[in-house]
Design a protein around this ligand. Structure first.
Ligand code: DX5
Ligand code: ZN
Length: 219
C-alpha cells in the first residue's frame, strides 16, 4: 500500500519557512497546523501565512485546523488552494455539510478526532470524507509522546474502509517516530504526520527512514 509522509512545519524555523520547505521536497504533503488559542491553548498562524506557504511550496498543503468554528473558517483554506483541509469533530457543527462544501471548492475534506473522541459515530459518515485524522497526542503542541491507546480507532477505521471499499486516507499525527510509525501502520494508518522527528535531523534522511518503516508495516 502507498504511504504518505507529511512533515509538520510546526517543528520548522518559523522565520525561514522558504528555506525549511526546501528541506522537505521528498515529502508527499506539507502539514500545516492552524491553532487559534481557543480550541487549543497554542497559537500559530492563519490564512495569510497559509496562502504564502501555498505560493512557495512545490508540494501540496495538508491543512490541519485546530480552531473553533471551522464551519465558518475552513472554506477559506480550500479557496486559497490547500490540497486537503481537516477540521476537528469536536469543533464542527455540521461535519457532513462542511465536508461537502470543502469538496465543492476542490479540496480534499478531512475530519480529525482528539484522543478521547470515539470513532463509532463517524463510521457511517466515512463516504463524506477523503481523510480521517486520528490524533495520537492531545492537539496543541509538537514533541509529545505517541498514545498507543488511540490505535483501536485506526483498526476500526481500516476495517470499515476495507469493508465498504472506500478510498479514505487514515492519518496519524503526534509523536510519530521510526518506532511508533510501525505501530500506527500495523493498526491501519497510511498517512503519517511527523514534526520533531523530521526536522530534528536531516529531513531527507528522516523522511526516507519513516517511509521505509511505514512501508514495511503497512497493510
Ligand atoms: C500537534 C500537531 C502536530 C505536531 C506534531 O497538535 O497537530 O501536527 O506538529 O508534532 P510531533 O511530530 O513533534 O509530535
Ligand atoms: Zn497537526
Amino acid at each position: 500500500m502507498a504511504v504518505r509522509i507529511n512533515p509538520s512545519i510546526l517543528a520548522a524555523d518559523f522565520a525561514n519557512f522558504e528555506r525549511e520547505l526546501g528541506r522537505i521536497t521528498t515529502a508527499d504533503l506539507v502539514h500545516v497546523d492552524i491553532m487559534d488559542n481557543h480550541f487549543v491553548p497554542n497559537l500559530t498562524f492563519g490564512p495569510a501565512m497559509t496562502e504564502r506557504l501555498q505560493e512557495l511550496s512545490t508540494i501540496p498543503l495538508d491543512v490541519h485546523l485546530m480552531i473553533d468554528d471551522p464551519d465558518r473558517w475552513a472554506p477559506g483554506y480550500a479557496e486559497l488552494g490547500a490540497y486537503s483541509v481537516t477540521f476537528h469533530a469536536e469543533a464542527v457543527r455540521d461535519a457532513a455539510a462542511l465536508a461537502r462544501r470543502l469538496r465543492d471548492i476542490g479540496a480534499r475534506a478531512g475530519i480529525a478526532l482528539k484522543p478521547g473522541t470515539p470513532v463509532e459515530p463517524f463510521l457511517d459518515l466515512l463516504p463524506e470524507f477523503d481523510q480521517v485524522l486520528v490524533m495520537t497526542v492531545e492537539p496543541g503542541f509538537g514533541g509529545q509522546s505517541f498514545m498507543p491507546e488511540t490505535m483501536p480507532k485506526l483498526v476500526a477505521l481500516r476495517e470499515a474502509v476495507s469493508r465498504h471499499g472506500l478510498d479514505v486516507w487514515l492519518q496519524v499525527d503526534g509523536g510519530i517516530t521510526e518506532q511508533t510509525i510501525a505501530v500506527a501502520a500495523e493498526a491501519g494508518a497510511d498517512t503519517f504526520v511527523a514534526g520533531s522527528s523530521v526536522f530534528r535531523g536531516d529531513p531527507t534522511e528522516q523522511i526516507a527512514l519513516l517511509r521505509a518503516a511505514a512501508e514495511a508495516h503497512a497493510h
